[in-house]
Design a binder for this molecule. Structure first.
Ligand SMILES: Nc1ncnc2c1ncn2[C@@H]1O[C@H](COP(=O)(O)OP(=O)(O)OP(=O)(O)O)[C@@H](O)[C@H]1O
Length: 813
């Protein structure tokens, strides 16, 4: 009755209380928050809560967060259980943080219960509230506002995007927005939190675009930590069942490193003194017992000696421990099952997809530096792995003597291996020093070296175990996921992490050879499978000295490249490098097993026997007049030289670049980078050499024409056109497309027997509409404006012409 009076009182006064106005600039707060929240509060709490409401500051969720919550609260997602896992994971993170701080300052833990690093779960069936509480680091008022609403992490947008494409809500934890999954099961949530640096605050929201924060003077002081009160949706009462929660915690949170307790009731049999009336009934029940035991004589004796008591059922409430803290990495590898490893990976990586890790390595290092480690190769690259390659943090968790220190420790693995998830637990590192001090500890270098070695061994083993499976076959009518499922393990690895290995070759000189062994590619002989450098070398022709490769946009284009005509005919294998990173890769990977890498689209390709070379000398001589003449014709095109080619079969000509300059592909990539300085581009651009096929009828005919009349304008035009066409076929972009087009039109005119000087029919001025005149004038005006801003045309050109085809290297990464 007491409660009801309070509720009525609160109703009366509450109707009159004006809620604080939304701060300027934050926009209106939907009425639903205040009114509905009041109802919930009235039902569940006391008058004091009303006070809290009236003092609460209101905030709007950041727009993306709001959209995310909207999706979650309205979702009919069947696997709602995941919210519990996310909240427990947050609680565990908060406990890790305070434990870490306590290493250098014991007082942060406080005393008594405050010092207990644990998670508690309570159920209130009447009020339909599920409560999860931790004694972690807690949140200050500012933390509550920022972390739970106003700051959108990069993962928010990425997750929304994923959801729009039909993604799985189960993956929410990987995007760093796991907290909001609570609204799968709740329609109203209160977060009470106490951080050592601030007072106790309460955050609340109904996921309708707004939340409120107020100082909490009404609830029990938490001491330290966070309590999340989940007001369950009507159809989510299953989360009020002890058994359900016990099952969920066991299933999802078995690797949480802190004890998780449930405030649970147990029916127990209790002996109480028997009262007179119940005596008879008890005798009956005793007889039943006797029948079951089948030993009458001994029982008879007992009955006689027993005091008069009876057994009643009593409900006992106590904290029940739901998990055993399992440090998998500390166990011997032979005692851990594959399933346990797999489950541990999922919990560690917050990756709750069905996919198992591709491989793992569990080892301990002994000697001067002792540590145990467990490394996993995830089934897929994290959503932002390449996007944020240079800013990404390490994903290894560092423990010192079983105490979690940090997971953002950059010094354990190099950037290119940042996709590896795992745990390192060292007995050698000191426990009671700051992160900065730890970072400088001499053992870290040794740990890092061993971890890299082990990680690379792990990848190599994955490759070795899967030599035949590296098929990258593309089957029509299959979507990406299906195709991926059918790939072998290493092909899958390569698909997701190949770029990282290539970046490793660029960045890690010490391990370059080891990494080069892991390289996979398509080649003119690999068909649909991926090949390795070792396979390439095994297939090399007896006298072949170099490893041939070509770079370009895609495999299909390279397969048709004129640069390969002769090489293919002669049975040489050519590697196709189609990733923009490959251009950088080949600058660093210049040799493998004493064989040099040679780009077949650059000068310096030497093919053929001694006799053939002799023959070529003669041919070169006989084409000297043509090549010299041609070079003069192309003076304005900045062509370094014109040579007779020995790499062509069916194409009249190709344009090659100098050995150390950019390839055509690199030029294309650089031009696609909007911010590339155009002056530098000219400087870095490689010298171009036109190579012509002396056996081709076009070239032969041209030689005749030049011999007869070197000044003929038509012959010069044809020579220029051949060069420009060769440029295109060799993968370059044409500088002067206007001039190229007009040359092509001249040829078209000649094919159509039109007089080269035939004029275009003029429009009748008198019927010209006014709007046309306007357009003309506006065109005239544009030019001086562009002159004012020198950069504008460059950026515009790049964006319009190149950008849509190809992103910048950074984009592609
Ligand atoms: N129980 C808690 N104690 C202290 N801080 C918390 C707690 N729960 C959440 N937070 C804070 O709120 C932030 C947002 O939580 P959220 O679950 O959305 O993302 P996350 O924990 O960073 O990532 P993930 O979802 O992968 O766990 C956390 O980073 C943390 O700072």
């Amino acid at each position: 009755p007491q409660v009801r009076v309070n509720a009525e009182e609160s109703e009366e006064t509450e109707g009159k209380v004006d809620l604080p106005k939304v701060e300027e600039g934050l926009g209106a707060i939907p009425d639903a928050l205040t009114t509905d929240a009041q109802v919930v509060q009235r039902e569940s709490e006391s008058i004091s809560t009303k006070k809290l409401r009236s003092h609460a500051e209101k905030f709007e969720f950041q727009a993306e967060v709001s959209r995310l919550m909207d999706i979650i609260i309205n979702s009919l997602y069947s696997n709602r259980d995941i919210f519990l896992r996310e909240l427990i994971s947050n609680a565990s993170d908060a406990l890790d943080k305070i434990r870490f701080l306590s290493l250098t300052d014991k007082t942060v833990l406080g005393e008594g219960d405050d010092a207990k690093l644990e998670i508690q779960i309570k159920l209130d069936k009447d009020k339909k509230i599920l409560t999860i509480r931790d004694r972690g680091i807690g949140m200050t008022k500012e933390d509550l506002i920022k972390n739970l609403g106003t700051i959108a992490k990069s993962g928010t947008a990425a997750f929304l995007d994923k959801m729009q494409k039909g993604g799985d809500l189960n993956l929410i934890g990987q995007f760093g927005v796991g907290f909001y999954s609570v609204y799968l099961a709740a329609d109203y949530v209160e977060v009470i939190s106490k951080h050592n640096d601030d007072k106790q605050y309460i955050w609340e929201s109904k996921a309708d675009g707004a939340f409120a924060v107020a100082e909490d003077t009404e609830n029990e002081p938490l001491g330290r930590g966070t309590e999340i009160r989940i007001h369950l949706k009507d159809d989510a009462s299953e989360y009020l069942e002890q058994d359900k929660l016990t099952e969920l915690v066991k299933k999802y949170s078995e690797f949480i490193n802190f004890p998780i307790y449930l405030w649970a009731s147990k029916e127990v049999d209790v002996e109480v003194p028997a009262d007179e009336e119940a005596e008879e009934a008890e005798e009956v029940s005793d007889e039943e017992k006797d029948e079951k035991s089948g030993d009458e004589s001994s029982d008879e004796e007992e009955t006689e000696s027993k005091p008069k008591t009876k057994t009643v059922k009593e409900t006992n409430w106590s904290w029940q421990l739901l998990n055993e803290v399992k440090a998998v990495w500390l166990r011997s590898p032979k005692d851990v099952t594959d399933e346990e490893y797999s489950k541990f990976y999922h919990s560690l990586a917050k990756d709750f997809s069905e996919d198992k890790p591709l491989a793992w390595s569990h080892f301990s290092a002994e000697g001067d530096v002792e540590f145990k480690a467990l490394l996993f190769i995830p089934p897929k690259a994290p959503y932002d792995f390449y996007e944020n390659y240079y800013t990404s943090k390490a994903t290894l968790k560092l423990y010192v003597r079983r105490v979690f220190i940090t997971e953002e420790f950059d010094d354990l693995l190099p950037k290119y291996l940042n996709f590896i998830k795992g745990i390192v637990d060292s007995d050698t590192l000191p426990l009671n020093v700051s992160r900065e001090m730890l970072q400088q500890h001499s053992s870290l270098k040794t740990i890092k070296k061993k971890l890299i070695r082990k990680a690379l061994d792990l990848i190599r083993r994955l490759a070795d175990e899967d030599p035949e499976e590296s098929s990258d076959e593309n089957t029509a009518n299959e979507d990406e996921d299906d195709k991926n499922d059918k790939k072998g393990k290493y092909a899958k690895f390569w698909n997701d992490f190949g770029k990282a290995i290539k970046l490793g070759i660029v960045e890690d000189a010490t391990n370059r050879v080891r990494l080069a062994k892991l390289l996979r590619f398509h080649s003119s002989k690999s068909g649909d499978k991926l090949a390795s450098l070792d396979q390439y070398i095994a297939r090399m022709k007896p006298k072949q000295k170099d490893i041939y490769y070509i770079t370009g946009q895609d495999r299909e284009q390279l397969e048709r490249s004129p640069f390969l005509e002769k090489l293919k005919k002669k049975g040489y294998e050519v590697i196709y490098f189609t990733d923009p990173v490959d251009e950088y890769l080949t600058q660093y990977l210049t040799e493998y097993e004493d064989k040099k890498f040679l780009n077949v689209s650059k000068e310096g390709l030497k093919l053929g026997s001694k006799e053939e070379k002799q023959k070529w000398k003669q041919i070169k001589e006989s084409f000297k007049e043509l090549t010299n003449w041609w070079k003069d014709v192309l003076t304005s095109d900045k062509v370094e030289g014109v040579k007779v080619s020995n790499r062509l079969a069916n194409t009249p000509g190709v344009v090659v670049t100098s050995k150390y300059g950019w390839s055509a592909n690199m030029e294309r990539i650089m031009q696609a980078q909007t911010l590339t300085d155009p002056s530098k581009q000219g400087y870095m651009r490689s010298k171009r050499i036109l190579e012509v096929n002396p056996k081709h009828p076009i070239i032969k005919e041209l030689r005749e024409k030049v011999a007869t009349d070197p000044e003929d304008e038509n012959t010069k035009l044809t020579a220029k056109l051949i060069y420009q066409t060769a440029l295109l076929e060799s993968g370059f972009l044409i500088d002067d497309s206007k001039q190229f087009a007009s040359s092509v039109y001249s040829v078209i005119k000649s094919n159509l027997n039109i007089d080269p000087d035939a004029a275009v029919e003029e429009e009748d001025d008198e019927v010209e509409e006014e709007s046309d005149v306007k357009t003309d004038t506006s065109n005239e005006k544009v030019e001086p404006e562009l002159e004012e801003d020198d950069e504008a045309p460059m950026i515009k050109d790049v964006i319009n012409e190149v950008e849509p085809e190809e992103g910048s290297l950074k984009d592609e990464l």
